[in-house]
Ligand binder design. Structure first.
Ligand SMILES: Nc1nonc1C(=O)NC1CCNCC1
Length: 247
């Protein structure tokens, strides 16, 4: 998968994509992340990329011309594979794991990162396929949104995680929050690892983990539970968790 990022801060984006699972995915050529700076496409001697907001008011807006040139160059670099252009913005649809999984199947993504008040609306209308928000708050730039997207998508590339199963067990991957995790020592001054996890009984461990995921989701994110069909085993486990919790 190829990801091109349009950003005034290419070093930031490159450094985010060079570490951890995403860095390893790039080394394994499962993913490439390339940054394009609109400033490199500005034609004036000041390399201008922003302009005053039309109609007055505070702040600057990213200019069409250099930003569009950077998008076109990124699209061309994708050597013909169909690209999908995403603008990171608070006006976008909230990012979910389902959306991450959908985008992770694309061959070529172009991520547009706004700065200042954002990007000229005409450029969004002409070049952007979808606006995505990473949350209902305002950042100083879309780069953190792009970094979040690159990380979430990168870890889903086949071969990126040493154990592919962990992607399936992550929070949200099955619409539930993740279960608690423990490492040695089995007994610590902070407490002991639950006995079931020391039992070696894999069926009981799977049952315990599902029960914990269901219970945590019920306690912390009932909205997720409301959206999820529960099978009979899940309903039984959740009931068991609720009874124990309320006892
Ligand atoms: N929330 C967000 N999810 O993606 N991008 C977000 C964001 O706040 N972008 C900034 C909005 C103000 N202009 C600079 C960029």
């Amino acid at each position: 998968m190829r990801i091109d990022v349009i950003t005034l801060f290419p070093d930031f984006v490159r450094s985010c994509a060079a570490v951890g699972v995403v860095g390893r995915a790039q080394e394994r050529e499962l993913l490439s992340v390339t940054a394009w700076n609109p400033r490199d496409f500005a034609t004036d001697s000041y390399r201008t990329v922003d302009g005053r907001t039309c109609g007055g008011g505070p702040g600057m807006v990213m200019l069409i011309a250099p930003t569009r040139e950077a998008i076109v160059a990124a699209r061309k670099a994708g050597s013909g594979s169909k690209s999908r252009t995403i603008y990171l913005s608070p006006q976008g649809s909230r990012l979910t794991q389902a959306k991450v999984a959908e985008l992770a199947r694309e061959d070529h993504l172009i991520l547009l990162c706004g700065r200042y008040e954002g990007v000229d609306e005409r450029l969004i209308a002409a070049e952007v396929d979808e606006e995505i928000s990473i949350g209902d708050y305002v950042l100083s730039g879309g780069e953190l949104g792009a970094a979040v997207l690159i990380d979430a998508i990168g870890r889903l590339q086949d071969g990126a995680l040493n154990d592919a199963a962990s992607a399936e067990q992550d929070s949200f991957s099955d619409g539930l929050l993740d279960c608690p995790h423990y490492a040695r020592p089995m007994v610590d001054e902070l407490g002991a690892v639950p006995d079931v996890l020391q039992s070696g009984n894999h069926a009981m461990i799977r049952r315990w983990r599902l029960k914990q995921s269901l219970g945590r989701t019920w306690l912390r994110r009932p909205d997720l539970l409301a959206r999820r069909e529960l099978g009979s085993q899940a309903r039984t486990l959740l009931e068991e968790f609720r009874r124990e919790w309320l006892a």
